[in-house]
Write a protein that binds this ligand. Structure first.
Ligand code: NAP
Length: 249
């Protein structure tokens, strides 16, 4: 494919898990991908053997991150077609043990960073009639005792998805969300859970997932990739659960 015709995607949180699988899915489709995360090691691993993936070390909560990411795509490739707001952190506690710092970190990363990034990307996405994908969570649509701030932040991102879909439709920009259920990624490890605690969470999730398995990052990447495909051009404002039926059970 001629390089100027390749689509360009920015995927945040692309060093591990769902972001890594998504970056690789776009590159397998022939798109250039800027893979964003804080740690260079995991990003390099994501890009290894995938020449269309370029690592970009950045903290999405940093004040200069939105302009840096968008300018990196424009300077390097001259366009931006897809923005995947996937970087996320969990780390909640029951209300009785409320931790202000943890709450702020989650809301800054999971909610405000996507708002700032979408704002910075608007002119470039208008140019290409691009697509924004927010990675939320299927528990954002249910009660999640002990993780209420995390769930609320993700539910707010679902809400932004609907509002932006309508607000940006006149610019030709589509906005969608995917809401993963239990997916096999290092998120529990990043949260600081012990292997025993992670196993206990998995057991609970398995018992509450009708399809009877934990999802793979590629299950979510499949949905993101297809929602961004031009053949999905009449879809906007949706929140698609990729959760083995958990949210409807
Ligand atoms: P993960 O492996 O922990 O991925 C999260 C990624 O975000 C990491 O690679 C992390 O890399 C990056 N990140 C975190 N803070 C960042 C920041 N400030 N700036 C840039 N990058 C940052 O977990 P995952 O499961 O793939 O999570 C991906 C998304 O899916 C998250 O939004 C999560 O909330 C959502 N989700 C996951 C599940 C699940 O069961 N796995 C379920 C529902 C929703 P660095 O530390 O190197 O920055």
């Amino acid at each position: 494919m001629n390089d100027v015709h390749r689509r360009v995607a920015v995927v945040t949180g692309a060093g591990t898990g769902i972001g890594r699988a998504t970056a690789r899915a776009f590159s397998a489709d022939g798109a250039h991908v800027l893979a964003v995360g804080r740690r260079t090691g995991p990003l390099a691993e994501t890009a290894a053997g995938h020449p269309l993936i370029t690592p970009l070390a950045a903290d999405v909560t940093a004040a200069d991150a939105p302009d840096r990411l968008v300018n990196a795509a424009l300077d390097r490739y001259g366009r931006l077609d897809v923005l995947v707001n996937n970087a996320g952190v969990a780390g909640d506690s029951p209300l009785a043990e409320f931790d202000e710092t943890a709450a702020r970190r989650q809301l800054d990363t999971n909610l405000l960073a996507p708002v700032r990034l979408v704002h910075a990307a608007l002119p470039a996405l208008t140019e290409t009639r691009g697509v924004i994908v927010n990675v939320t969570t299927s528990i954002g649509q249910r009660a999640w005792p002990g993780s209420a701030v995390y769930a609320a932040g993700k539910a707010a991102l679902d809400s932004l998805t609907r509002s932006w879909a309508v607000e940006l439709a006149p610019h030709g920009i589509r906005v969608v969300a995917v809401a993963p259920g239990a997916i096999d990624t290092p998120i529990g490890e990043h949260l600081g859970l012990s292997p025993e605690q992670q196993a206990a969470v998995r057991r609970w999730q398995l018992a509450h997932t009708p399809l009877g398995r934990i999802g793979h990052p590629e299950d979510v990447a499949w949905a993101i990739r297809h929602l961004c495909d031009p053949t999905a051009g009449f879809i906007t404002g949706v929140v698609l659960p990729v959760d083995g039926g958990a949210v409807v059970a």
